[in-house]
Design a protein around this ligand. Structure first.
Ligand code: CAA
Ligand code: NAP
Length: 246
């Protein structure tokens, strides 16, 4: 029977490519959308007109109760989640001098608390069924830091601490937990960086001299979700065009 994959933020730049890839590999795919989203209905209609058969589920990943309600309804309506891709995320880039407590909280809650909020809903079931895949979408900037991203880099680095610890706890249960750390990929998150900063400060640091493509991220995630990746756990896999090697 087809496994069920839930992708948070699956209607965004990376998320859409991840949903498409997993569907192409035969997974049933559910994607979350933010409460009050004005584009979710149209996105689902367009994608399903192309034959993908995606389901949408409203969820504020920053809010534990919203995640609980979302995953309960997905489990009841579609089935238990076998694959969880924690992809939803935001930026509030600014120098620390200008950053407010609200900017800090928004990023930590959406990018890091979310990983607890969603994983909590699926882990026991995965362990009971002795199979599961959790992939946390972190960032190059969680590894190396980035000007204007104290909040984002802290959240993304925290994500991998979570990955390593949980991977140890469930290693004997057929459940793998991994992080991927993409560099700069051509989505609206990156394209909203001021053009001058992108051209002068970021692109020159990428040895491949281009932004990554969402499909390249989706391919890596698909591998981590596969049967063949059963021995990969607690890893943090970089995918950044050679921008940072460690
Ligand atoms: N490295 C070094 N210096 C930098 C810099 C950088 N990456 N970015 C900006 N600066 C410098 C500027 O050159 C400028 O220097 P001077 O005062 O000497 O001229 C100074 O910092 C202030 O720059 P701004 O005028 O741009 O200041 P600002 O307060 O208006 O904006 C900022 C600051 C919000 C950080 C803005 O520069 C910015 O958006 N930078 C891009 C941040 C970034 O890379 N975000 C990544 C988003 S994509 C992502 O997050 C995906 C992922 O995971 C990889
Ligand atoms: P994006 O196009 O802005 O998509 C982000 C997605 O997250 C959107 O679908 C958004 O949904 C969802 N989201 C935001 N806040 C949410 C919340 N509170 N609850 C539920 N969903 C929420 O960004 P992207 O480039 O695809 O980024 C996806 C992930 O990759 C992020 O975690 C990002 O940090 C990471 N990443 C991106 C890059 C890059 O270069 N693009 C590099 C490294 C890592 P709504 O629009 O409905 O709010």
């Amino acid at each position: 029977m087809a496994r069920l994959a839930l992708v948070t933020g699956g209607m965004g730049g990376l998320g859409e490519a991840i949903c498409i890839k997993l569907a192409a590999l035969g997974y049933k795919v559910v994607t979350t959308y933010s409460p009050g989203s004005t584009k979710a209905g149209e996105w689902l209609t367009n994608m399903n007109n192309m034959g993908y058969g995606f389901r949408g589920a409203e969820c504020d990943v920053a809010d534990f109760d919203s995640c609980k309600a979302c995953f309960e309804s997905v489990t009841n309506d579609v089935g238990p989640v076998d694959v969880l891709v924690n992809n939803a995320g935001i930026t509030r880039d600014m120098t620390f001098k200008r950053m407010t407590k609200a900017d800090w909280d928004a990023v930590i809650r959406t990018n890091l608390d979310s990983v607890f909020n969603t994983t909590k809903q699926v882990l026991d079931g995965m362990v009971e069924r002795k199979w599961g895949r959790i992939v946390n979408v972190s960032s190059l900037n969680g590894i190396k830091g980035a000007f204007g991203q104290t909040n984002y880099a802290a959240a993304k680095a925290g994500m991998h601490g979570f990955t390593k610890s949980l991977a140890l706890e469930v290693a004997r249960s057929g459940v793998t937990v991994n992080t991927i750390s993409p560099g700069y990929i051509g989505t609206k998150m990156v394209l909203s960086i001021p053009r001058e900063v992108l051209d002068s400060k970021i692109l020159p640091q990428i040895p491949m001299n281009r932004l990554g493509k969402p499909e390249e991220i989706a391919g890596l995630i698909a591998y981590l979700c596969s049967e063949e990746a059963a021995f990969v756990t607690g890893a943090n896999i970089s995918i950044n065009g050679g921008q940072h090697m460690f």
